[in-house]
Design a protein around this ligand. Sequence first.
Ligand code: BG6
Length: 489
Amino acid sequence: MSAQIIPVDPFDYVVFGGTGDLAERKLLPALYHRQVDGQIVDPTCIYGVSRAEMSDDDYRNFAHEALKQYIKEPLDDGEVARFLSKLHYVSIDAKSDRGWDVLKGLLDADSRKQRAYYLAVGPSLFGDIATGLQAHGLITPETRIVVEKPIGRDLDSAHALNDTLGEVFAENQIFRIDHYLGKETVQNLMALRFANALYEPLWNSAHIDHVQITVAESVGLENRADYYDKAGALRDMVQNHMLQLLCLVAMEPPSSMDADAVRDEKLKVLRSLEPIREGNVERMTVRGQYSSGASNGGPVKGYLEELEGGESNTETFVAIKAEIANWRWAGVPFYLRTGKRLAKRVSEIVVSFKPVPHSIFGPAAGRMIANQLVMRLQPDEGVKQWIMIKDPGPGGMRLRHVPLDMSFAEAFDVRNPDAYERLILDVIRGNQTLFMRRDEVEAAWTWVDPILKAWETTEQPVQQYTAGTWGPSASIALIERDGRTWHEG
Ligand code: BG6
């Protein structure tokens, strides 16, 4: 079985930060894959932009190396040549007038094409680039701009950044990427909920006991100390990815997949989150930082050693008991946890249903375990619905907890696309459903800011955890206090 491919109209994609890490690891490989699958047609052009002086050929070599390094499947020489021929390079200094006119000359050569600017650069350059584009007449009414997180480091800075973009672009031109929304299982969550009659009647506090969302990583700082130490896990993962996942689990059914219909519902969830402040922060959150230990089969340094002697209180792990104060979810905790250098890389959403109200089976049948729906984002994407069945055989009635198991790799004979492949072309299609609207980003900060503030004022300690474990023991206590346990992924 394979997905139906619908080509998009020819476009010009301009990647600021064209020689950076994101372009190299994600954007160029994603565009190559979409070309191979027949979705990108001539005369599409992709422009790498950065400050460095470089020729088109140098850029093509850079891109070729990126494809070799980051694409797992064998490369097709003909496709590679075709892809590289679409690439061009322009040197622009975002803080001066240098280079803009060259870009304008290239883009104006065929101004009917859909145009998108991807800002794969730090947010401190968003303002300069947006105004540079405007000042040099590079924005048509159809132009779109794509921005990566972090969108601010608190509500005020997010507001300022959104204002800056808003001075130049209309909201329907701004595509704020959260790459978690491009992951297959995340989109499948919407399919499961809204394309099946089975779940929705049970999707509420009458039938669901609690929800767990885990995004565990085994990697550490990965040479991103400068950014990460100023951010920490709450800003880096919770404010965006984890809250977006929570929204998709908790939102009311939107009336359609129309971008604003979906985003309106997500916004309502964000605005219904119970605030966590000084008075309850110690009960509702745990923050941790890894010390040396073992990961991926070898010894690894602790966070402070990775920082090379720096002192830091930055959390590399966070667990939160979140509550949604609305009719559907009152009394159903959403336990969130994410961290670096955990026991393994696994991301999943676990929906735990309530136990049956009464058991007709005697003690010999064994323990009755409540149903769980486990949506695995990575690795090995898939969905498992855990149910109780009778142990096969002629003996007495004994019950067993087994999964109805849908592994996507086994069920579908298709390559699992990277999240960027979907998102990067949604920009060209003008589909904002999987992108964050301004008010969503700001509502997420409105909930996160008081937690950050409360951590400071209460001086809630950052608990150490050994690299390669599941985080500080306080995280286990956070959920066990409620008579529940973390799902073992
Ligand atoms: C990024 C964070 O947004 O997501 C990183 O900045 C994190 O710290 C990454 O490692 C995780 O993404 P994925 O797709 O590998 O789960």
